[in-house]
Design a protein around this ligand. Structure first.
Ligand SMILES: NC(=O)c1ccc[n+]([C@@H]2O[C@H](COP(=O)([O-])OP(=O)(O)OC[C@H]3O[C@@H](n4cnc5c(N)ncnc54)[C@H](O)[C@@H]3O)[C@@H](O)[C@H]2O)c1
Length: 393
């Protein structure tokens, strides 16, 4: 999708993202003159924020970077240098930033376990908020964000960028319109040659929670934003793959391999593998959905019927895990500029489900009290989330 205008109009006319969930409309609105900029602040300016900043500067001419907040002065300086064009002021305290600046929107790009404490203050001030995935790493924190987001007059948009990718949007619409008949089975995976053992569980809840929210999100989207009913999983830290390591401590170090299976209503299964330290040629993302009449390979952008006829929904994505991020940022800025009334494709309800699915998988593979990899069957109710919406009649 080439121009900014075509991306925008594509997103506006592609209402599949949030179609199946009951959502209150967002709206911390102020009027903008045609040439007036949306004033943006940042909370957290680490690795991911640096990439998002480049995209905003390049593709969002209606945005001005007004302020950057990080706990680390060197990160503030890095952000100020990156956004030199806009001369943002720097802060180490997010509340001081919100007190002193007139911000229309804030991007929260802190570590996964810091999301509740950095997102909720933004939502409570009814400032539009783009927050990175996962929602947070515990059920309690996800519930707290969910309550704040449902109450806020500001948008809550979560960073599951596949919801903004033209191929996913088109393919998902076709699936929901009946292209493959009843969905029967979904397969997902993220396979890496790198070593995950340096990623602390205290920060991101384990690699499944930090990374797989993207794939959980796509598959619950296939299921029209339903959540699964049941999950089983196994995981291990394989010390033979990381020489010299003493990793056998699931509460501290990340798993090096896991296999998780979810059951959705009507017996639809979703099988997901998360593997590490593989030969480089196996580095890949797998996102497949099968139905009575055929199968969709989202990453290939290709549907194949059981009659072997193919239908293309976009070019191959391959290792383009970041694709969709430019579109999600354009949509965030555009939504604010046009009054903040649209429910984002990636919103509180979709973000809640994909994040809770990751936590469910983690619960099914780790006995936290025993600090041991011990598989169990986890039902959605076992999450004890207090924010499930009443079932539709
Ligand atoms: N959507 C994607 O594809 C994608 C890709 C990579 C990372 N992410 C997500 O982005 C988020 C950030 O990841 P990262 O790798 O950039 O982390 P990081 O550790 O590099 O950066 C986080 C920054 O937040 C700052 N911070 C923490 N608490 C703060 C507070 N109270 N006030 C101000 N600043 C605070 C830290 O000092 C740090 O500089 C994570 O949630 C991660 O899962 C998403």
């Amino acid at each position: 999708m080439g121009s900014k205008v075509s991306r925008r109009s594509f997103l506006r006319t592609s209402a599949v993202g949030a179609s199946a969930v009951a959502l209150a409309s967002a709206g911390s609105a102020r009027g903008f003159a045609a040439n007036e900029k949306v004033q943006l602040g940042w909370i957290g300016y680490g690795g991911r924020a640096t990439g998002l900043m480049q995209k905003i500067l390049k593709s969002c001419p209606d945005a001005r970077i007004a302020a950057i907040c990080d706990l680390k002065p060197n990160r503030i300086e890095a952000g100020q240098k990156d956004a030199e064009r806009d001369k943002p002021r720097g802060y180490t305290d997010l509340r001081e930033m919100m007190d002193k600046e007139k911000l229309d929107g804030i991007l929260v790009v802190t570590e996964p376990n810091k999301h509740a404490e950095t997102v909720i203050p933004v939502l409570e001030r009814n400032i539009h908020c783009f927050a990175e995935k996962p929602m947070d790493i515990t059920v309690e924190a996800c519930d707290a964000i969910t309550v704040a987001a449902r109450k806020s007059k500001g948008i809550y948009q979560i960073g599951t960028q596949r919801r903004y990718h033209p191929t996913y949007i088109k393919a998902m619409k076709a699936i929901h319109d009946g292209l493959m008949g009843r969905v029967t089975f979904m397969q997902g995976g993220w396979h890496w040659s790198s070593d995950p053992s340096g990623a602390p569980v205290a920060r991101d809840g384990g690699r499944l929670i930090e990374q797989a929210s993207h794939h959980m999100d796509v598959m619950s989207w296939v299921m029209k934003n339903q959540h699964p009913t049941t999950c089983v999983a196994m995981a291990f830290q394989d010390q033979s793959l990381v020489p010299g390591s003493q990793l056998n401590n699931p509460n501290e170090f990340s798993e090096t391999k896991s296999a998780t299976i979810f059951k959705f209503p009507d017996g639809v299964l979703f099988s997901y593998t998360h593997l590490w330290v593989l030969p480089g040629k196996y580095d890949e993302e797998i996102l497949l959905a099968f139905g009575q009449k055929g199968g969709m390979d989202f990453n290939e952008g290709l549907y194949t019927g059981r009659d072997e006829k193919e239908q293309r929904f976009g070019p191959r994505i391959g290792k383009g895990w970041d694709e969709g991020s430019t579109e999600e940022l354009i949509d965030f800025v555009d939504n604010i500029k046009t009054g903040g009334k649209r429910v984002p494709n990636a919103n509180v309800e979709t973000g809640r489900i994909c994040s809770l699915m990751c936590i469910m998988g983690r619960m099914a593979m780790v006995n936290k009290a025993k600090n041991a990899y011990e598989p169990s069957v986890v039902k959605w109710e076992d999450l004890k989330s207090t924010t499930d919406l009443p079932a539709k009649a």
